[in-house]
Design a protein around this ligand. Structure first.
Ligand code: HEM
Length: 407
């Protein structure tokens, strides 16, 4: 690459849409591993790109706070004053984080996971029957969305049409710069606020309903929950419902779509899985690493510290790039290759440390179910037409992916 680091702007989401980010991160890992992204569309921030440095930041809970919120430019407020700070799990620090985590973790307990498995299996079976009958279809629209739909129906005890409504909101939020979701590169603040308000309104309706109609769902659980004598305010309940919806809807579905894309591109890997379905766990882990759907997480520095020779100053924003760490050639042999036999595979797709994805067991179940159904049916899906990748530097995967059934 002939450009110098000065020309790189990681907030230009078109780099990710065009898949140029792998080359950019390879350059940064080599030449400027802790890279200062000049203020352009947002305030300036550090981008940490090597595996060991990303890992070190993940476990530096004292020096790096999460209360700035999860997304550059602020998803739930401005980058300095996040309204969800210490109320929403992902935007909270210890010791408050521990209390919230204890509550949210209920969604990965056996009753919830079993229910999610049943809902997802039924939805997927119907969607795959249709794809088989019609000789193809849309992975991004019809197949992958079964995963968050099943999870939402199980967690919140809502109907499939309510789950679809919610997914439309999280999709527009994550695709806020993507033309496919009506987004644009600039001037999204108002639209983002309005999506947030709609989402809070959605959960507020559910909350009011559950007050009079308690059930075995997450909202009823939060309404009654006491941890260390503490009950949640309505605002905290709404924020944490949003956290689950945004955390779960976009990640597992884009990861599943990326997996379908990968197996279409790497037919020998799919043949191996057909012959040896016991490799499913390894295959899913490799899809997680390769996809790194949640590209980065955001932190803010609470006190000056040295990171691999660079001084990070109190108040600086710091981004940890999973998508780059998971391609670090110092840790992963032939990192750009898709290798379902890769071992060890200590990817950081779910993050690390106290904030490591609380939904990971649910996501693992969903992805296992998804690819197992393809394998059980011996279904070969081949990419049909152009793949359009999401215009986002936060969550990435195919926004449009159509397939035909290969007999
Ligand atoms: C392939 C699927 C998924 C990926 C790649 C993924 C990725 C991540 C990552 C990287 C984090 C760390 C955030 C941080 O350190 O700031 C995280 C946290 C989180 N994820 Fe996931 N996630 C996935 C699926 C899910 C699912 C299915 C749910 C719930 C239904 C979920 C809910 C959450 C929540 C609530 C947090 C915050 C945890 C905390 O702050 O303690 N995620 N996820």
């Amino acid at each position: 690459m002939s450009n110098t680091a000065d020309l790189i702007d990681l907030t230009d989401t078109r780099i990710f849409e065009n898949r140029a980010h792998y080359e950019v991160f390879s350059y940064l890992r080599e030449n400027s591993p802790i890279f200062w992204n000049e203020p352009r569309r947002h305030q300036g921030f550090w981008a940490v790109t090597r595996y060991d440095d990303v890992y070190a930041c993940y476990v530096n809970h004292q020096g790096l706070t999460s209360t700035v919120g999860p997304i550059l430019g602020g998803s739930y407020g401005s980058a300095n004053t996040d309204t969800a700070a210490n109320k929403m799990l992902v935007a909270s620090d210890l010791p408050r984080h521990r209390v919230l985590r204890k509550l949210v973790r209920i969604t990965t307990s056996a009753p919830y996971v079993d229910r999610a498995r049943t809902e997802t299996r039924n939805l997927l079976a119907a969607a795959l029957d249709k794809v088989e009958r019609e000789g193809g279809g849309s992975v991004s629209e019809d197949l992958s969305l079964c995963l968050p739909m099943g999870a939402l129906m199980a967690i919140f005890g809502i109907s499939s049409s309510r789950a679809r409504e919610l997914i439309a909101m999280t999709r527009s939020m994550i695709g806020i710069e993507d033309p496919f979701y009506g987004g644009s590169l600039n001037g999204n603040e108002l639209r983002l606020s309005s999506i947030h308000a709609d989402m809070l309104g959605f959960f507020d309706d559910e909350l009011e309903y559950r007050r009079d109609n308690p059930s075995d769902d997450f909202i009823t659980y939060l309404l009654n929950a006491k941890v260390d004598g503490y009950t949640l305010t309505d605002e905290e309940i709404l924020f944490n419902c949003m956290n689950l919806a945004v955390g779960g809807n976009e990640t597992s579905s884009y990861t599943a779509s990326t997996g379908v894309f990968l197996f279409s591109e790497h037919k020998s890997a799919y043949n191996t899985l057909l012959e040896r379905p016991e490799l499913m766990d390894d295959a899913v882990n490799e899809i997680l690493r390769w996809a790194s759907t949640n590209c980065y997480v955001l932190r803010k520095c609470t006190r000056d510290f040295e990171l691999n020779g660079t001084t990070i100053k109190r108040g600086d924003l710091v981004t940890l790039w999973n998508v780059s760490a998971n391609r670090d050639q110092e840790v992963f042999r032939d990192p750009d290759a898709f290798d379902i036999l890769r071992t060890p595979n200590r990817h950081l797709a779910y993050g690390h440390g106290v904030h490591r994805c609380v939904g990971a067991p649910l996501a693992a179940m969903e992805l296992d179910l998804f690819f197992r159904q393809l394998v059980d049916r011996k279904l070969r899906l081949e990419v049909d037409g152009d793949v359009r990748w999401l215009r986002s530097n936060f969550i990435n995967g195919p926004a449009i992916l159509n397939v035909s059934v290969c007999r």
